[in-house]
Design a protein around this ligand. Structure first.
Ligand SMILES: [Zn+2]
Length: 67
């Protein structure tokens, strides 16, 4: 469970950021052939509208951190 860093309300999680043409957004390594690290999920505060992004699966980030 995430609380809003601005007003401490419980945030609505497991939402998705999309471009206007409906495609999701992902994090990947730099460069033309950089491999994908994960799909971006987001949580939104129902009170103030603050948006927080996060990766649902952090396995690949952990591997990069341990390089
Ligand atoms: Zn808030």
């Amino acid at each position: 469970m995430r609380n809003c860093p601005r007003c401490n309300t419980t945030m609505v999680e497991d939402l998705e950021l999309r471009t206007n043409d409906g495609l999701g957004i992902c994090v990947s390594q730099k460069g033309l052939f950089g491999s994908a690290v994960g799909k971006v999920s987001c949580a939104v505060c129902p009170e103030c509208g603050h948006i927080e992004t996060y990766l649902e699966n952090t396995d690949k980030v952990k591997k990069l951190a341990n390089k």
